[in-house]
Design a protein around this ligand. Structure first.
Ligand SMILES: [Fe+2]
Length: 351
């Protein structure tokens, strides 16, 4: 069970009436045939990085979120959305709260100075952070313009994968997740809180800061994690599933099927023998997406630059280029250090 208690200066309910917010935005929450903005397709896709938001268009973190893919619906408490974000201004006296799902935020360029009701987190490229549904937060940009990725899950929470025979020491260790400590402001000026529900925006104002929590306890807190800390597995023989690199997983409503496995590829020694080392040609039930935080990814036939995304849809065959196959089947299988200076993030989208 997840729960948290706030000890705050003023109750969160002390605000002016909630109203619809008629601001144009690019966030999608409902992925069904009824939504004309959603297309179901078996095609393979590659999207470039959003790059920087235009300087003529001041864009804060939540305004700069653009939905790329997803399935399900937050009103059904099942599914997820994949977004890219690009922003160039800090949020002022404004907080954002997402009622639809938990945000997994992965910066590619620029740190995010995130103030939440439970405290502050400085999230750097190479780190991920999770902000659960219902928590008010504000994003300041200490390095100027930013861009990156967000995965949003509906009706589930991220958790560590079960390790089974791996035992207690493997993949992402609980000790490496950092949780904010309570931090409060004394501020009786005007603030606005923007709320997202079923992909629609609402807002209210109040004459005090929402960040006035003096102390809290519970197990429903935001957190961050540096992805290079993962203790990934390797194989001397056949290739392992990407789940060997899983940092966080979320359960779907189908027993044994993840809603998403979020993984990280970090530098590693490849020393498998009598084997085909590149990813096998394969089809998977889950759709597979891949993002890049820094470096150059060498494990795919697609070119992936930092901030870009690829998508191989469910049951569609994919794998290495002919050139990569030829090289892999003719070169000597020497120990090889792969992925130096590279951090990429494959993740699955079950459906
Ligand atoms: Fe794949």
């Amino acid at each position: 069970m997840f729960a948290r208690w706030f000890y705050r200066i003023r109750p969160a309910v002390a605000h002016k009436p909630l109203r619809p917010l008629s601001t144009k935005h690019d966030m999608v929450a409902s992925f069904g045939l009824h939504n004309p903005n959603v297309h179901f397709t078996p095609f393979t896709f590659e999207w470039g990085p959003l790059g920087q938001a235009s300087t003529s268009d001041p864009t804060s973190f939540w305004k700069g979120i653009k939905t790329i893919a997803g399935h399900g619906d937050p009103t059904l408490k099942e599914g997820l959305a994949v977004h890219q974000y690009a922003a160039n201004v800090s949020m002022g006296k404004q907080a954002f709260v997402n009622h639809d799902g938990d945000f997994l935020i992965i910066p590619v360029q620029g740190r995010l100075d995130i103030q939440t009701e439970l405290g502050r987190m400085m999230v750097c490229p190479g780190e991920l952070c999770v902000i659960q549904a219902g928590l008010r937060f504000k994003v300041v940009l200490p390095d100027g313009p930013v861009h990156g990725y967000i995965q949003e899950i509906f009706g589930a929470h991220y958790e560590l994968p079960e390790l089974g025979p791996i035992g207690s020491n493997g993949l992402a260790l609980p000790k490496d997740f950092e949780v904010p400590v309570a931090s409060f402001d004394i501020d009786s000026s005007d603030w606005e809180v923007v709320l997202k529900l079923a992909g629609e925006l609402y807002h209210y104002s109040q004459n005090h800061t929402p960040f006035d929590v003096v102390a809290w306890h519970g197990n429903y807190s935001p957190y961050k994690y540096e992805m290079t800390k993962i203790l990934a597995l390797s194989s001397m023989k056949d290739q392992l599933d990407p789940s060997a690199y899983c940092i966080l997983t979320a359960k779907s409503k189908i027993t044994g099927v993840s809603l998403s496995d979020f993984c990280a590829f970090t530098p590693k020694w490849v020393n498998s023998l009598d084997s085909f080392r590149p990813p096998y040609y394969h089809r998977t039930m889950a759709s597979e997406m891949m993002g890049m935080i820094y470096g150059t990814y060498a494990g795919s036939s697609k070119t992936l630059s930092p901030g870009a995304l690829t998508c191989d849809n469910s049951f569609v065959a994919h794998g290495e280029s002919y050139q990569a196959w030829k090289k892999a089947t003719s070169e000597a299988l020497e120990p090889q250090f792969q992925g130096e200076g590279t951090l990429s993030m494959p993740f699955s989208l079950a459906r």
